[in-house]
Design a protein around this ligand. Structure first.
Ligand code: SAM
Length: 335
């Protein structure tokens, strides 16, 4: 779940904004990339500083409307690309030095409130969950993939303990009828006892959304390609909202900033080939005030790293580490 918005309110709250601004110092100007433009919360704020140049990316074509409005007032300092952020290294940045790249993962309030996107378990109708630039929908995967494949997706992307029985009931049900949002929620409710505050369907819906939008490879290649185009001393910042995302971000930053021991006889030896430096190994969390104003922000975690070197081949270990998740994502090739 993303956390930029206060539920039951049209007001938009970009999460951890104050903290992000204090890390990237936009008052000193420079080029910034907002990889998850959404409703433009970060981009608009960054444009308030007169010498900034903002490049914004979002896979959802509906963001173009907001982007066009911003462009009217900031013709020379703002550019929007309707692309996936894994392709960040392919966008034209006019040789500017990139000072910071920001990711605010997940989906926006506008997207979850759009019945056509089918992201919410509150709406009836066809399952979709495509954020934009997708090859298949939730409807395709739930009605076509095997029981075993669905179980793997629910287990690894939703970390749901009832993955096996839920996938079996889905496959049994679809022998008679297609699976839609309502039938899926009913199946999940028939398996789970009403739990605490989390809706019974939260984890399964999360797993489906991650799979449909290929969020694992998007994040992995988004991070790798961002690290490649950042300037030296540029900062890479990621706001994540669930443990799977955070695990990936944390590993990327930590493993590429470690002082690996070159020999156990020379434990003090520093690794001269570190890509990043970290100010802290711990994530930054929203303040008590922010959580009160914008309740969904409570699950947000901000991590950032400062690029220290231009290193070309650093990604192999990172990709290998998450190869099981990438393998599961590739089950989509059967569709
Ligand atoms: C949490 S919202 C961002 C909200 C934004 N920070 C704001 O203040 O308005 C996440 C946005 O990222 C976009 N997004 C998610 N995955 C993406 C990807 N792989 N490439 C590009 N955009 C993506 C979604 O479409 C959504 O608009």
């Amino acid at each position: 779940m993303n956390a930029t918005i206060l539920p039951n309110s049209e007001k938009h709250y970009p999460v951890l904004l104050k903290e992000i601004l204090s890390i990237i110092s936009p008052q000193n100007g420079g080029t910034f990339i907002d990889c998850t433009f959404g409703q433009g919360g970060y981009s608009k704020e960054l444009l308030k500083f007169k010498t900034t140049n903002i490049i914004a990316i979002d896979r959802d074509s509906q963001c173009k409307n907001v982007a066009q409005k911003i462009k009217q007032f900031h013709k020379d300092r703002f550019t929007f690309f309707n692309k996936k952020f894994s392709e960040i290294d392919k966008i034209e940045i006019k040789k500017s030095k990139v000072k910071a790249i920001i990711f605010d993962l997940g989906y926006s309030y506008t997207q979850i409130k759009d019945p056509g996107k089918g992201l919410s378990f509150e709406y009836k109708g066809k399952l979709n969950m495509r954020l934009g630039i997708n090859n298949f929908s939730a409807d395709d995967m739930l009605n076509k993939l095997s029981q075993k494949d669905l179980e793997l997706i629910f287990k690894y992307f939703g970390e749901d303990k009832d993955s096996k029985i839920i996938s079996k009931r889905i496959v049994d049900h679809r022998l008679k009828n297609n699976i839609n949002t309502k039938t899926l929620v009913n199946i999940i409710n028939s398996v789970k006892k009403k739990s605490g505050r989390l809706h019974n369907a939260t984890k399964i819906f999360q797993a489906i959304r991650i799979f449909v939008n290929k969020e694992i490879s998007e994040l992995i290649y988004g991070l790798i390609n961002s690290a490649k185009i950042l300037d030296i001393n540029g900062i890479l910042l990621v706001v994540s909202f669930h443990s799977l995302e955070d695990k990936i971000v944390k590993y990327f930053f930590r493993s590429l900033s470690e002082d690996k021991k070159i020999s156990r006889y020379y434990p003090e030896e520093k690794n001269q080939n570190k890509l990043f430096e970290l100010d802290s190994k711990k994530p930054i969390l929203p303040s008590h005030e922010e959580i009160i104003t914008n309740r969904p922000s409570r699950s947000a975690k901000l991590r950032y790293a400062i690029k220290k070197k231009n290193i070309t081949k650093f990604e192999q270990d990172f990709i290998k580490r998450f190869s099981k998740l990438l393998e599961i994502e590739n089950l989509s090739e059967k569709l």
